[in-house]
Design a protein around this ligand. Structure first.
Ligand code: PHE
Length: 333
């Protein structure tokens, strides 16, 4: 064993092997000589010699490993075959939701809006109360809510996962004096069964502009410009009455269907596609945050970016955005 430890390279190791384990090696001689021992000593001597051989062979092979490793480390050119092709490094992409959110926010940023964000876990106070949706008001049915399992001292559950980004209207106005011009991208949640057009979590982009003298014309002009930037300069827009408790008047905005002229599945044969809700900020909402509704007016809007992306790219199922199927993500990122 000490001779083995002294073998400093592969050749020395081979010499060692020949002198102990080789055909004329010392151990081999002993094994050959077994036959000349008295019969009763043979089994014990044989077993001992074989055990010794195994020990020596194992020691030799670990010494051989150690020598090879040391050789490879001191000579990396031998250790790494630089002619082998490398592993491909797959490149990540930007998620389709992130892409459309950035695109929409950029369109508004270029019109003077700043981008702000708010909490996904929200108080009932901001998600509903401050938006003119009191407790037990039937309008609450418009938003199927996921409540946080937390009770206050009155036994009420005041926390929820925000059902829309509109609470940021109240938060933004509370925190700043007018004029206000913001867009708010963010994740929202609803207690809903999913289908190709509904997810239980999704994004919204909220918009809010408040100042002296803002009118419905500003709302229409701004959103028309947005539609042209995101869907092309030929777009036509249409506004119809709609109801949201925090705006008055409230509207929904549609763009003319850019996939057909006359009728198709996407516009359900109407030629129009609804893309967002909007309206003039309700005086009660302004008063609630301490803005004087006799001096200030404003408009607000809210849209679903996944839906906008679906329209732009012909995506048929909103659930594809969050099911982590790389075949989909690669196609749209
Ligand atoms: N928050 C509304 C919704 O989720 C959308 C909206 C925002 C409507 C702002 C009007 C003004 O349905």
């Amino acid at each position: 064993m000490s001779a083995l430890d002294e073998a400093a390279d592969v050749e020395a190791l081979d010499d060692w092997r020949i002198s102990y384990l080789g055909r004329r090696g010392e151990l081999t001689q002993i094994l050959r000589g077994l036959g000349s021992l008295p019969a009763e000593e043979r089994p014990a001597a044989g077993a001992a010699a074989n055990a010794l051989r195994r020990t020596l062979e194992e020691a030799m092979s670990s010494r051989e490993d150690a020598l090879k490793r040391a050789a490879a480390e001191s000579d990396p050119v031998d250790a790494i075959d630089v002619t082998l092709p490398g592993w491909p490094v797959p490149r990540g992409g930007i998620h389709p939701t992130t892409r459309i959110v950035r695109e929409i926010c950029a369109a508004f940023a270029s019109m003077g809006f700043s981008v702000v964000e708010g909490p996904e876990i929200e108080w009932d106070h901001y998600n509903f109360e401050m938006l003119n949706i009191p407790k037990d008001h039937p309008a609450r049915d418009m938003w199927d809510t996921l409540w946080i399992d937390y009770e206050d001292e009155n036994g009420e559950r005041p926390m929820l996962l925000r059902t829309h980004t509109s609470p940021m209207q109240a938060r933004t106005m509370e925190a700043t004096d007018p004029p206000v011009r913001v867009v708010v991208p963010g994740k929202c949640y609803r207690y809903e069964a999913t289908d190709p057009r509904h997810e239980w979590h999704f994004y919204q982009i909220e918009g809010l502009a408040v100042d002296r003298g803002i009118t419905m014309t500003d709302l229409k002009g701004t959103l028309y410009e947005f539609a042209r930037r995101v869907f092309g300069v030929d777009r036509k827009v249409r506004f119809r009455c709609d109801y949201f408790p925090f705006v008055e008047p409230g509207v929904d905005m549609s763009i003319d269907c850019f996939l057909c002229d006359g009728g198709c599945r996407v516009c359900s044969d109407t030629g129009w596609i609804e893309i967002m809700g909007a309206g003039m900020v309700h005086p009660k909402v302004l008063a609630g945050v301490g803005y004087d509704p006799n001096i200030y007016t404003g408009f607000a809007f809210g849209m679903g970016p996944e839906r906008i992306s679906m329209l732009k790219h012909g995506i048929e199922d909103i659930r594809l955005f969050y099911s982590n199927d790389l075949r989909f993500l690669r196609q749209f990122s």
